[in-house]
Design a protein around this ligand. Structure first.
Ligand SMILES: C[S@@+](CC[C@H](N)C(=O)[O-])C[C@H]1O[C@@H](n2cnc3c(N)ncnc32)[C@H](O)[C@@H]1O
Length: 296
């Protein structure tokens, strides 16, 4: 099993949540669930759970047409995608070509592959960033540092083998959630919401959220008839808008820039397993999160 199941390096990717979801599924006696990510990105948790056979299907949604193009072309133009992976050189001149395609191609395959290419070549997996090692490649790490073709091909093939179990959408998350109510009524869905980060969202994703969007999401979640789990970066806004809910913290080892321990907030309408990594956070006990006002 590769270290992470998703071929995308996603800023804030949640492959690390897979074990946590496994425990949630066990604790709540769920069986054979369909795992849904309305803010899919690299779908780190969904892919791991699917490939390990812990959920039977996944439904992915992302508003970003480039992220959608990546998943779409991998699932629907699989042979062509693999051929591009095998034959496209990893170099700064090719990076420039892929960047042009990323900005202007009308072919979903070209757009999807360019998104993947930039994601693997760029610093931190950030689509708007420069390549690892810089344009002049005068650093210890080079543009190909995160582009191990045989490993990536293995990851992609494992996903292609399960493509009948993956459904994809390209909608705004709130519309998508509302559509689930009518189209999947009575089905065994487990929804995992990982919205854009509050603090760094603007830097990391083309589609970020403002305060109103976070509040609107809260309203949609409160109408959600399915089991759901929401994760957030720790911020006073979340304590304010989810004050009726039990809020837990989860410690994570992150590597957005350097490895460090980060803390995320978990809110859910389910029983959540608590241990040394996941604890209830008492209201008012978030002085360290209060330093900065909301400024997204
Ligand atoms: C924190 S990332 C998700 C990371 C993901 N959990 C992973 O493991 O890779 C948030 C994602 O939400 C998407 N997004 C932002 N606004 C959205 C919206 N209104 N509706 C749906 N997706 C949105 C972004 O494009 C981004 O891919």
């Amino acid at each position: 099993m590769p270290v992470t199941a998703s071929p995308l390096r996603f800023p804030g990717g949640k492959a690390k949540y897979a074990k946590f979801f496994e425990k949630i599924i066990e604790l709540n006696n769920f069986d054979n669930m369909i795992f849904v990510e309305p803010f899919a990105g690299g779908a780190g948790a969904a892919m791991t759970l699917l490939l390990e056979g812990i959920v039977r299907e996944v439904i992915l949604n992302d508003i970003d047409p480039k992220i959608y193009a990546f998943w779409y072309s991998l699932l629907n133009n699989s042979a062509e995608f693999l051929e591009l992976l095998r034959t496209t050189p990893i170099s700064v001149p090719e990076w420039r070509k892929q960047k042009r395609k990323f900005n202007s191609s009308e072919s979903i395959l070209e757009l999807g592959f360019a998104t993947f290419y930039l994601n693997r070549c760029n610093r931190g997996g950030i689509l708007a960033a420069n390549p690892i090692g810089g344009i002049n490649q005068n650093s210890k790490y080079m543009i190909s540092a995160r582009f191990n073709k045989p490993n990536l091909e293995r990851k992609i093939r494992r996903i292609i083998d399960l493509k009948e179990s993956i459904t994809l959408f390209n909608k705004d998350a709130l519309d998508f959630m509302n559509d689930l109510k009518s189209n999947y009524s009575g089905r065994e869905l487990l929804i995992y919401l990982d919205p854009p980060y509050i603090r760094k969202g603007k830097l990391l994703y083309y589609n970020h959220y403002n305060e109103k969007n976070h509040i609107d999401l809260r309203a949609t979640i409160s109408q959600c008839p399915f089991p759901w789990v929401l994760s957030y970066d720790s911020h006073p806004l979340i304590f304010r808008i989810y004050k009726e809910h039990k809020i837990r913290t989860k410690s994570l080892n992150y590597s957005l820039s350097k490895p460090r321990v980060a803390e995320e907030l978990i809110i859910s309408n389910l029983k959540i397993p608590e241990d040394s990594n996941v604890r209830e956070r008492r209201q008012g006990n978030y002085a360290s999160s209060r330093r900065k006002p909301y400024n997204n």
